[in-house]
Ligand binder design. Structure first.
Ligand code: CA2
Length: 144
């Protein structure tokens, strides 16, 4: 069975608790449970969250040879982190960038991503459903 890592960046642990107008009422734990239920029997989901850039880099490095692909919501680091980009390129795993909000309908600084040009795809604006779409898209790309 395929293994997909779902990586979440800073502040996403607060989902469902604050800024409900932007990010909605669903918690990160709800998203994890939803993915596990949705993909049970089709792929293994390795779900994680970290607030630290270095920890995210470590996590990505640990995935080398252990998973078939990565879904990443790098949060605010999406817009700034060369280190996370370099880690993703170093492990050379197919990845999909996901965002809950439509980053292009928000402040200008959220319009750029250090990851998007090397991602297999980018999904934003669909809330928690975007995670399911991202895993579905990755699985569809991975050869059996
Ligand atoms: O829309 C997304 O998924 C983002 O990656 C979320 C990031 C933001 O910096 C990106 O531009 C877009 C922020 C995540 C913060 O999540 C919170 C959740 C609840 C309360 C406060 C922050």
């Amino acid at each position: 069975m395929k293994k997909i890592a779902v990586i979440n960046g800073p502040n996403l642990n607060l989902l469902g608790q604050r800024e409900i107008g932007i990010y909605g009422q669903v918690s990160l734990e709800d998203i994890r449970r939803g993915l596990e239920e949705n993909f049970r029997g089709r792929c293994e989901i390795l779900f994680s969250q970290s607030n630290g850039e270095g920890e995210l880099v470590e996590r990505i490095q640990q995935l080398l040879g252990r998973v078939d692909g990565i879904v990443i919501n790098a949060g605010a680091y999406t817009h700034t982190s060369v280190a996370i980009r370099d880690a993703l390129l170093a492990v050379d795993l197919p990845f999909v960038e996901v965002h809950l909000s439509n980053i292009f309908a928000r402040e200008e600084f959220r319009h750029r991503s250090t990851l998007a040009d090397r991602a297999k795809g980018v999904i934003c604006g669909f809330g928690p459903a975007g995670y399911r779409m991202a895993v579905e898209g990755l699985l569809g790309m991975l050869a059996d």
